[in-house]
Design a binder for this molecule. Sequence first.
Ligand code: HEC
Length: 122
Amino acid sequence: MSAVRTGLVPLVLVACFAQAALAQPAPTTAGKRLFDARCGICHGRGGTGSFMLAKRLGQDKALLAERSDLSADYVKAIVRNGILSMPGLTRGELADTELEVIAAYLERPASERTARPVEAPK
Ligand code: HEC
């Protein structure tokens, strides 16, 4: 009688694949860092920006970093002009180059998370 044993090998293989899946680099860490530093005080969890957006637009729109509906142009316009209780930031307060990086960071999830297939040509 040959004893069939379930060895450790399959388990180890599964662990390796899981590891590979988790090892993907987080995109745009520079954008996240800048956003956290320059906007995070109001747009982090518990910030006034998050609070006001939750009130005005709903809880699912409260955290800018988790939204998938923001375009870079919209973000840039808001940051320069302000909106309601958010004061606009001048170029002296936030350089254009920094704003570009932040706007790209906030826009990024739209292409990645919005489960919308590429539009078919008409
Ligand atoms: C002093 C606090 C404060 C800072 C700093 C701040 N915001 Fe805001 N922001 C707000 C508030 C408050 C609102 C919500 C205004 C309202 O709806 O009443 C808001 C709204 C917004 C909106 C509008 C979202 C929408 O759906 O209409 C965007 C975009 C935004 N902020 C981006 C930024 C970015 C990017 C930064 C950093 C460069 C930033 N904000 C820094 C307070 C702040």
